[in-house]
Unconditional design. Structure first.
Length: 296
């Protein structure tokens, strides 16, 4: 059983951003579901890799020029994701893409709407793209306050490669400030604050309300640090790591296979694959997930 906390939907218009990105780098043929753009193809591909719950952090915010990267807007409809979650309970978790700059929608209203209308449990935020600030910028605090009050998890884009104008935007210090100021807000660091691997590990181990998901960056520079911190359970870090694949920007079956090949103890692998995610996303009391993951 695997909860993939960065597994984006590839059907219909939800595939456009990811299809364009993979075509741009000449890898579109590596992701069959991106070519078919159907729900059946999506679920067949991820389930073939062993994914039992896809957490779709698809995003909905303006594009940005970051260093030499010219990134297009993310335009996945939150309503489209909500419909998929409604049709596939337990197998799919929709994450509301929120434009913190309020160009695509009013950020606070959209959070409340997605929580109320679609029972979404998390939001995705890319503050480095829009409005173009670090995660600890006070302009974002009304969003954090609302998420904390609604018990919504916050999934932040925290990669220094594509997360903001400067690599320093990914410094885990910014996340720790948020965790300190909002102690009941559950924060998931998408891309694991890469390349600040060691700093991120120490930060997450100190904070009860922070988890790291390096996803596609797990096998990049710093790989040995991730593995060692988990195996030695440094500061309790084994409880703070979440599995993510970054699909469809990464072929999912080989990623899962390579992750297994690292060689984990069975109990540790259960934590990495789904137990930690159940905690981070507050799914442990949900009857659907309790039954699906053997918590009853």
């Amino acid at each position: 059983m695997i909860i993939d906390v960065r597994c984006r939907y590839t059907a219909d218009d939800s595939a456009i951003y990811f299809s364009d990105r993979m075509a741009h780098v000449g890898r579109l043929d590596r992701i069959p579901a991106l070519n078919q753009r159907s729900a059946d193809a999506f679920f067949a591909e991820i389930e073939g890799a062993g994914i039992t719950t896809a957490v779709s952090v698809s995003g909905c915010n303006p594009g940005a020029r970051l260093g030499r990267y010219d990134l297009p807007a993310r335009t996945t409809s939150n309503d489209a994701l909500g419909l998929v979650q409604q049709a596939h309970p337990g197998r799919f978790l929709a994450v509301a893409g929120i434009d913190a700059s309020s160009q695509f929608h009013d950020a606070l209203q959209e959070i409340e709407r997605c929580a109320d209308q679609w029972a979404m449990r998390a939001i995705a935020l890319e503050p480095g793209r829009a409005p173009g600030c670090v995660p600890s910028d006070r302009r974002l605090y009304p969003i954090y306050e609302l998420c904390q009050s609604l018990n919504l998890a916050l999934i932040l884009q925290t990669s220094g490669v594509l997360g903001g104008q400067y690599v320093s935007y990914a410094d885990p210090h910014h996340v720790e400030v948020v965790a300190e100021d909002f102690p009941r807000l559950r924060v998931i660091c998408g891309h694991g604050c890469y390349p600040f691997v060691r700093e991120a590990i120490v930060m997450a181990a100190r904070r009860d309300n922070v988890w790291l998901s390096p996803d596609g960056y797990f096998f990049h520079l710093g790989h040995e640090d991730w593995v060692r911190a988990i195996r030695l359970n440094l500061g309790g870090f084994t409880e703070k790591f979440l599995f993510g694949s970054a699909y469809p920007l990464t072929p999912i079956a080989p990623f899962v296979e390579n992750f297994r090949k690292v060689g984990w103890d069975d109990e540790v692998l259960r934590k990495l694959f789904y137990r930690n995610a159940l905690t981070a996303l507050d799914l442990e009391r949900d009857p659907v997930f309790r039954a699906q993951y053997g918590l009853v």
